[in-house]
Design a protein around this ligand. Structure first.
Ligand code: ADP
Length: 480
């Protein structure tokens, strides 16, 4: 019998992607040079190789983009018939499907996530979002009967680096369906799929200025937030920046939705199907290297099954393949940036120092690039930083409970409230838990499951406003 079950490399070909050496800003349907004159280099986090030069948009660039969005809104987009709007969205959805391999490869190259995930999750969901909202574009009167829905105007949208294209779809699809125009800023480390999306916008012959993409770091985001010509800000990112944006917008007319961090409890009862629960735990925290705001980062296990469950979990952990994001066999890819890797290391060191017990399966990490082995902490107290703070990496903190009441109390012992998971055979217990868990989404016997028809969003420090579903249209509409 072979004792070594290593996989042969199965790399996805990169040549489907054509890269420019240097990218401008996409404003009014054209590529323009940044007036700021500033650029930076975007890299592959798996190898640290430079990939392209990206514009760092300044105040004047943001102003130009907002102006283009305003023009497009007032000179056509808000007035065209809703069924025409729907056609554009359907077209974008279909083009994304047609070009999905190209987008998936670029997403993995620029962001470090496994190709298996960008191919099977990010791309299908991004296209599904456009299909879904295309369906609503000409049915707003039915969606909100007797309320005379009108577009808000120009939406400023700021997105993070963990699901670059998918977050773009979450933002742009409902905004356009509702008749708005947008200026979107991708995260500084992952601009490339948003820039490739500009090509899709052109291919779909969307009127110029309906979608504008400005690249740059937080300074560009701050300019967009401040700009007086923006009617609505939609932000997904850290709680810290979300709070700063809320302070900035206090007292203004601008509308705001925030989708921020999380520290979700994934609760395993002793009657749960353990092997399925282990898969759910793995999917909950190691999917996308744990760079997931709704990640199941706090595992709560009923005491009677703690030992067997942790044993199974450790064995499963040892089978995860960490490495080249473009290899089709990879389960855990690269950490998105050096800054994020440093943050993960800092919190993991704090966990060890505070007294938690660390387990990492033996795995060889590549020498170049940013990597972190899948990690489980046991013996964690609720007060530890690793049980309270969002790590945003492949690190699981494990706690125990005895009764359902204790599970609820511990699950809710967090400043966040984005998501939670419950694993049990009992339907009544699922409902009992779902009523008590203070989280925007509660998954039962599954985790990290998404559908464009299902609203997503948080409570407390996880933000406010919902994306997805009918709820996701409301922030982009005004009612008479
Ligand atoms: P993370 O810590 O996960 O990188 P951030 O909240 O810093 O999350 O980043 C999310 C998005 O917000 C990125 O596009 C980033 O450039 C942008 N951003 C960062 N700082 C600001 C700011 N002060 N105002 C507006 N946008 C910002």
């Amino acid at each position: 019998m072979p004792s070594d079950w290593t996989y042969a490399p199965a790399p996805e070909a990169r040549d489907i992607v054509t890269l420019e050496e240097r990218y401008g800003l996409f404003v009014g349907g054209r590529w323009v040079e940044p007036r700021s004159g500033e650029t930076y280099t975007t890299i592959s986090p798996a190898t640290e190789e430079p990939i392209a030069e990206i514009a760092q948009a300044g105040k004047d660039d943001v102003d130009l983009a907002v102006g283009a969005a305003r023009d497009a809104h007032e000179n056509g987009w808000s007035a065209i018939s809703p069924s025409e709007r729907a056609k554009y969205l359907f077209r974008i959805a279909r083009i994304l499907q047609e070009r999905s391999r190209e987008f998936a490869v670029l997403e993995s190259l620029n962001g470090g996530k496994p190709i298996r995930e960008s191919r099977d999750v990010d791309l299908p969901l991004a296209a599904a979002h456009f299909f879904y909202y295309a369906g609503w574009a000409d049915k707003l009167e039915y969606a909100f009967p007797n309320r005379r829905p009108q577009p808000v105007g120009v939406a400023g949208q700021i997105i993070p680096w963990n699901f670059p294209l998918l977050m773009l779809a979450w933002k742009i699809a409902p905004a356009l369906a509702a008749g708005n125009t947008v200026v979107l800023k991708p995260a500084e480390t992952t601009p490339l799929t948003a820039l490739l999306f500009c090509d899709v916008v052109r291919q779909a012959e969307l009127p110029p200025g309906v979608v504008n993409i400005v690249t740059g770091d937080g300074r560009t985001g701050a300019e967009l937030v401040k700009h007086p010509g923006v009617d609505k800000i939609a932000f997904t990112g850290s709680t810290e920046v979300g709070k700063a944006i809320q302070r900035e917008l206090a007292g203004t007319e601008k509308r705001l939705t925030l989708e921020l961090g999380g520290k979700a409890a994934n609760v395993i009862f002793d009657d749960a199907a353990l092997d399925q629960a282990v898969e759910g735990i793995i999917n909950g925290i190691y999917f996308n290297q744990g760079h997931v705001c709704c990640a199941g980062s706090r595992l709560l296990v009923q005491e009677s099954i703690y030992e067997p469950l942790i044993g199974k979990l450790k064995r499963r952990l040892a089978t995860l393949r960490v490495g080249d994001p473009l290899d089709k066999n990879t389960d855990v890819g690269a950490i998105n940036s050096k800054a994020q890797l440093d943050r993960i290391k800092e919190l993991v060191a704090a966990g060890e120092e505070e007294g938690a017990e660390i387990y990492q399966p033996p795995c060889r990490l590549p020498e170049k690039g940013y990597w972190f082995a899948p990690t489980v902490f046991t013996n964690v107290a609720q007060s530890y930083r690793i049980a309270q703070e969002e790590i945003f990496g492949p690190v699981l903190s494990t706690l125990t409970f005895r009764t359902p009441e204790e599970a609820v109390e511990k699950a809710n012992n967090t400043a966040y409230g984005l998501s939670a998971g419950v694993w049990t055979e009992k339907g009544s217990r699922i409902l009992w838990m779902a009523q008590r868990l203070r989280a925007g989404v509660v998954w039962a016997n599954t985790y990290n499951r998404f559908d464009p028809a299902s609203p997503f969003g948080g409570y407390r420090e996880s933000g406010f406003g919902r994306e997805g579903g009918l709820h996701g249209l409301e922030p982009y509409l005004e009612f008479e």
